[in-house]
Every structure is written in C-alpha cells, then in structure tokens.
Design a protein around this ligand. Structure first.
Ligand code: ARG
Length: 276
C-alpha cells in the first residue's frame, strides 16, 4: 500500500449520543455536544477530501447513536466484504444498513456466522489481516475471515478493556509499518507483533488514552487525534506526516478518527499465500 487516494465510507453523527455504556469510555450521564460532534466530523471528512480521498456517506438512523463509527460495519476488500455481526444488541441494526449500502454499490457481502465488528478488529495491511479478539470480535471469526478472503490472518488478543477494539491500540501506517500500544495486548500477542514488526512505533499510555492510535494512514499522511502529541512526533520520525484533527466529542463514546472511517480497500494484487 503506497501513498494513493483512498476510498472511505463515513456516517454523519446526526443522531450521535451516549445513551448506553458498552465500553469503559461511555458514561450516559455525561452530556454530548452533538453540534460539536458534527463540526468535528465535518472537519475530518474535509481533511480526507483535501488529501484527495473519496468519501461516501451512509445515511444515519435516529435510533442508532453509534452509527457514526462506520469502521465496525464490515471489512471490505475489492468487491468482497465480510459483514459485521455485533456483539452488543444495541448496535445490531447497524449491520444490515451497511450490508444494504455495500450491495447497492456492487459489493458482495458475506453475512457472518461469528461475531465480528468489522475494521474495528480487522486491519488489512496489504500483506495480512491483523485481527483482534478479546472483547468484541470472536477469535472464530478470524478463521471465517481467512476462509472468505483466502488471506493470511494474524490473530491478536486484546487484554485491556479500555482498548476493546484492535483499532484503539494499533494503527497501520503502511504495508510494512505499524504503531501500537504494547500493553493493550497479551504477552503472546506482544511477541507476535514484535516478530512481524520489529521496527514498529510504540505509543505511550497517554497517547493511547486519547485514542491517538485510532487514526488512518494513506501510506504517507496519518490523520490522527490532535491530543496525541508524542505519538505524532514518533510517527513523523518514522517518515510519515501526521495531520491532527480534533474528535474529542466522539471520544465520549470510545471512538476516534479510525472508528469513524470504514475503508473500501482496493482489490488484492500479488495475492499473499495463507500460512497455517
Ligand atoms: N461506542 C462504540 C462501541 O462501543 C464505539 C465504537 C468504536 N469503534 C471502533 N472501531 N473502535 O461499540
């Protein structure tokens, strides 16, 4: 994945709210400023467009306050998608909305048997899919994914409830490079990551706690939370260009830049072989 225009699916936070708590960030007694969320989301969308990326928009639904987090809706590579199957019933109705949109846009959607929360726990790097489990996505879905796409999948176990989705603790910078917060992973998964990515950028707890790792990269520009300053410096030392955005309102629901962005990945070229 070199630096190239990306294709993203976003959903405006028209009905964004925190009315239930399904992760430790969510406190329904703390007010949400929806106008501010909309302004922050709009700035994120405009940032992508300025960088030359294409943004398509999914219609928001009033009874789905977390729908802004489109990353959870599927994993899409080329004209194939693995649809989501949410762990939490409160988000269940988002899955068919995604399936409908994807099918209307010519993508074949596989309806999953196992629980998976899309790109929240699946990160396609261009050579393998890094797949999280531990809080939301079931590890059995990793096999379902490998089978469907015929791609190598590297399973990783999350152990800290604050980092309940892989994309809260790991950011793919390009095909060879990632940034991550080691303590979010089991010891075995830390060893796996160190083996595959010996030169990875490590994030501090502070950076992880502002969801600084919940960013997107086009292989050159890294769109990420403004509050993660030391991570931005490390990412820049690694040769990338951090672009700061403020998504602090979304943080109240435990989400950030990446959660609000589903990537429609181009088809696989140089198909990697699965290793089992
Ligand atoms: N409130 C949402 C949930 O707990 C936030 C989802 C964040 N999305 C993500 N890709 N990490 O499900």
């Amino acid at each position: 994945m070199t630096h190239a225009a990306r294709h993203y699916l976003m959903c405006p936070p028209t009905w964004f709210d925190v009315t239930y708590a399904i992760n430790p960030w969510m406190d329904p007694t703390r007010p949400v400023d929806r106008d501010r969320a909309i302004a922050q989301w709009t700035a994120l969308r405009e940032t992508y467009e300025r960088l030359g990326h294409r943004v398509d928009v999914l219609e928001p639904q009033p009874e789905l306050p977390d729908m802004v987090f489109t990353a959870n809706g599927a994993l899409v590579i080329g004209d194939q998608a693995l649809g989501a199957r949410f762990r939490e019933p409160v988000r269940e109705a988002e899955a068919p909305a995604h399936r409908r949109w994807l099918r209307d846009h010519g993508i074949h959607v596989h309806v999953p048997h196992e629980v998976n929360e899309g790109e929240g726990d699946f990160a396609w790097t261009g050579r393998h899919v890094l797949a999280g489990s531990g809080f939301r996505t079931s590890s059995r879905s990793h096999d379902e994914l490998a089978e469907l796409f015929d791609l190598p999948v590297v399973s990783l176990e999350l152990v800290d409830p604050r980092f309940y989705h892989l994309d809260t603790a790991l950011l793919v910078l390009d095909e060879q490079t990632i940034a991550y917060y080691p303590a979010a992973f089991s010891e075995e998964s830390q060893r796996t990551l160190a083996t595959y990515y010996p030169d990875a950028v490590h994030a501090t707890e502070h950076d992880a706690m502002v969801l600084g790792l919940n960013g997107t990269s086009d292989g050159r520009h890294v769109v990420m939370a403004a509050q993660a300053d030391s991570l931005a410096a490390r990412i820049s030392d690694a040769g990338f260009m951090p672009i700061s955005v403020d998504v602090s309102e979304l943080l109240k629901a435990g989400g950030g830049v990446k959660c609000a962005t589903l990537e429609l990945h181009p088809p696989v070229t140089n198909h990697p072989t699965r290793r089992y």
